[in-house]
Structures are given as structure tokens and as C-alpha cells.
Design a protein around this ligand. Structure first.
Ligand SMILES: *Cc1c(COP(=O)(O)O)cnc(C)c1O
Length: 228
């Protein structure tokens, strides 16, 4: 089995090649190391190898690991229940998974009472899968129009979780659609809404995501090995 540092080296190599194919600067592509089920000592190896942005999809796991990994940046990448917002606002720098108006209102209420704001991405259910949360593509512009009235949230882009595809090439239209949606939002030019990030691509399909414009890729098993 290869080491975490070796895995990361190989990933950086692949990102470099994919970026070159589409004339992108690899420096514009951030890796979020997805640490669900991964113990702290293995996460520390990834941090030592240069991955200092960590993503968890469950609040409890994030808050459990948080005290043991000082000096890193945390992102919440999974579905967030409104009643858990209060546990993470002081710990995460970006929420990738804003998927409902009620969650947006709760985040806004909490951040304003703390006298601050938080960066969020709007999760879009591009493939309209029953099992996945996220705003429908056709509702995305209206959703963002609503968010511009919530000063406790700073929209920084869009996120999607693609359907699992045996052949990663099959997911390309999903990623392309997310990029086009972000372009559409940009043309409307909502005040205070910034479309700088596209969070898309996981271990199975990050190379395609980089080719389609991802600025944040979320990698778990390809960094740490398969989860139990
Ligand atoms: C688990 C998870 C990932 C990473 O998945 P891998 O296939 O292990 O890279 C990315 N994004 C989200 C939202 C996840 O829950």
C-alpha cells in the first residue's frame, strides 16, 4: 500500500496534467481532504504532506476531531441540519452544502447574532437524484436571489455531488452544467454574490472536474485509502 504522502504526490501530478490540458493554472485548484472515518494520526500525515484544508460531512465527527488538529482549515461538505449550525460556525471557513432556504435563514440568524458572516456554497442537485440533497438546477438563480437578502451568508459559488459513474467520463455533462449555472449567475451580477468557487469532483472523477473548471475538489479515499 502506498503512503498518504505518495498518494498526494500522484494526485498533484494528475491535477497538473489535467490543468495543462485545459490551460488552467494548477494553483487555482484547491484540494479538500475528506477525513470522514479517518483517524487523527492519518489526517496528520496528510496535513504534513501539505493538505491543510479538511472536509467533514458530519458535524459530530468534525467537532470531535477539531481540537486535535490545530492550524488547519475546516470545511463542512455534507448535509447540515439547522439545529447543528450553532456547533460549527466558529470552526469552519466554508460550508459547501447550503441546500435549503430554512438552513440559510438559520445560518443567517446565528452569524448575525455573533456579529459576523460565513462563506457558503450553494449545493445543486444537478442530476436531480432523489437520494441527494441540493437545490434543483432550475431553482438555483431564484435561490441565490433570495440569499442576497441574508447578510450573514457570503455566497462564494456552487457545489455538486455527482452521481456515481462506472466510467468517470459519463459525469462530464454534470460538471459542465454546474459551471454553466455559475456563469448564468455571474451574468445576473447579484450584489455581494461571488461565483469564484466550483466545488466538484471526488476520488473517482476529480480529473474530469478539473478539466471542467473545479476550483475545489473533495478527495477522501484516493488520499487515505478505502473507507471501511
Ligand atoms: C465522502 C465525500 C467525498 C469524498 O469521497 P471519495 O470518493 O472518498 O473521494 C466528497 N464529497 C462529499 C460530500 C463526501 O461526503
Amino acid at each position: 500500500m502506498s503512503s498518504i504522502a505518495e498518494n498526494i504526490g500522484e494526485i498533484r501530478d494528475q491535477i497538473g496534467k489535467a490543468a495543462a490540458r485545459v490551460n488552467r493554472d494548477p494553483a487555482d485548484i484547491g484540494i479538500v481532504a475528506v477525513t470522514k472515518t479517518v483517524p487523527v494520526d492519518r489526517i496528520e500525515q496528510a496535513v504534513a504532506a501539505g493538505l491543510n484544508v479538511l472536509g467533514e460531512n458530519r458535524v459530530q465527527e468534525l467537532t470531535g476531531k477539531y481540537p486535535f488538529l490545530p492550524g488547519v482549515e475546516w470545511h463542512l461538505i455534507g448535509h447540515l441540519q439547522s439545529n447543528k449550525v450553532k456547533y460549527i460556525l466558529d470552526k469552519v471557513s466554508l460550508i459547501h452544502s447550503l441546500d435549503s432556504l430554512s438552513l440559510a435563514e438559520e445560518i443567517n440568524r446565528r452569524t448575525l447574532s455573533l456579529g459576523r458572516a460565513i462563506d457558503v456554497l450553494v449545493q445543486v442537485n444537478v442530476a436531480d437524484e432523489q437520494t441527494k440533497s441540493g437545490v434543483r438546477p432550475e431553482d438555483t438563480v431564484g435561490f441565490i436571489d433570495f440569499l442576497k437578502g441574508l447578510p450573514g451568508l457570503k455566497v462564494k459559488g456552487l457545489m455538486t455531488i455527482g452521481p456515481y459513474c462506472e466510467n468517470p467520463e459519463d459525469i462530464r455533462p454534470v460538471f459542465r452544467k454546474l459551471r454553466l449555472l455559475a456563469e448564468e449567475v455571474k451574468t445576473i451580477d447579484f450584489p455581494g454574490i461571488d461565483m469564484k468557487h466550483l466545488s466538484m469532483g471526488m476520488s473517482n472523477d476529480y480529473i474530469i472536474a478539473v478539466e471542467e473548471g473545479a476550483t475545489l475538489i473533495r478527495l477522501g479515499s484516493i488520499v487515505f485509502g478505502l473507507r471501511q
